[in-house]
Design a protein around this ligand. Structure first.
Ligand SMILES: [Zn+2]
Length: 334
């Protein structure tokens, strides 16, 4: 071969080599492109997947949040129901307690209010202590009674009973019907004191009178058409909280317009000195209602009976002559 040929040959070889290389390059380039495309596709897939994951995460988070919210709501409702139940249970317990152990509302009131209720229940507190004397039964009361205000409330409990009876005996004015013989009145006083028992010491107000002159329809000396009924020596005795006894002694003349019809009382103050002297010498002291009963007893024993017109040297008031005792005996049963 000639050098030209050789050169040509070489050139041709080079060209074919170049062509081959360029083909190979093109192939490689194509492969690279293909790889790039695959990579791109893969990347896209990855991105897509990441997006999906992210979206799923958002969905999951939202779901979780909703679930948590719902759980919180349910928990709140449960708590509210538990509180309501607890409150209802407490109310039920309180109701049950009330049903099982009834509280005494009266005793839960202040003692002053209770006393007011007792006063209201007892009503008028003026008690006549006397008897009906029947002919032929001697000098003893055949029947008499004491109403000590035993209202049904007094039967409910011991405390209320004691309080109610305390109010009754301390605030009732006892009027003793002592119009009979001394024996009869002493018997009456004994019966009254016995029936009261320990309550006798609670008595604070006693009133009694003694008929001095049973004129019984004697014509009035100055007023035509008027008649004199009788003349009473009346004692009101009140024991104070300090243990003093206030005495009010009066002389009451009962004057009738006509026999057994409308009447009028002429009242004048009377000497109380002898009663005060009795209280001074009386050994009983203190706030004890029995002293009032003792006073009535002493007064009846002495049988105050005659108005002489004498004036007491100490108080300058008219007095009764207890020495001129002539027992008055009037039959109430008429
Ligand atoms: Zn006097």
């Amino acid at each position: 071969m000639t050098p030209v040929d050789e050169a040509q040959q070489a050139s041709t070889d080079q060209a074919s080599l170049l062509t081959e290389m360029s083909v190979q390059l093109a192939e490689m380039d194509a492969k690279l492109k293909d790889f790039d495309a695959k990579m791109a596709k893969r990347e896209a897939t990855l991105l897509e997947r990441e997006e999906l994951v992210a979206r799923q995460q958002i969905i999951d988070r939202e779901h979780n949040e909703r679930v948590l919210r719902e759980a919180a709501t349910v928990a709140g409702r449960a708590r509210a129901q538990a509180e309501l139940l607890a409150s209802m249970s407490a109310q039920l317990n309180s109701l049950n307690a009330k049903a099982v152990e009834p509280t005494n509302h009266l005793l839960s009131l202040p003692v002053e209010l209770r006393a007011q209720i007792y006063r209201f229940l007892l009503g008028e507190r003026w008690q006549y202590i006397g008897g009906v004397r029947t002919r032929g039964k001697g000098d003893r009361p055949t029947s008499w009674r004491i109403h000590d205000g035993r209202s049904p409330l007094a039967l409910t409990c011991k405390i209320i009973r004691r309080e109610l009876l305390d109010v009754f005996y301390a605030e009732t004015e006892f009027y003793l019907g002592l119009r009979q013989t001394p024996e009869y009145t002493q018997s009456l006083l004994n019966g009254w004191e016995t029936s009261m028992g320990k309550h006798a010491s609670s008595v604070r107000l006693v009133e009694f009178d003694r008929v001095l002159k049973p004129w019984s329809d004697r014509p009035h000396p100055y007023e035509p058409g008027w008649y004199l009924k009788d003349q009473k020596y009346r004692v009101k005795a009140k024991l104070t909280a300090q243990g003093d006894i206030d005495i009010k002694c009066t002389l009451t003349s009962v004057v009738w317009t006509r026999p057994r019809q409308d009447h009028d009382d002429l009242v004048e103050q009377y000497c109380e000195c002898h009663l005060r002297r009795f209280l001074q010498v009386s050994t009983a002291q203190g706030v004890d209602g029995r002293r009032l009963i003792g006073l009535a007893r002493a007064c009846m024993k002495e049988g105050c009976s005659e108005v002489t017109g004498a004036i007491c040297e100490d108080c300058k008031l008219p007095t009764v002559d207890i020495t001129a005792a002539s027992v008055v005996d009037i039959d109430d049963s008429e």
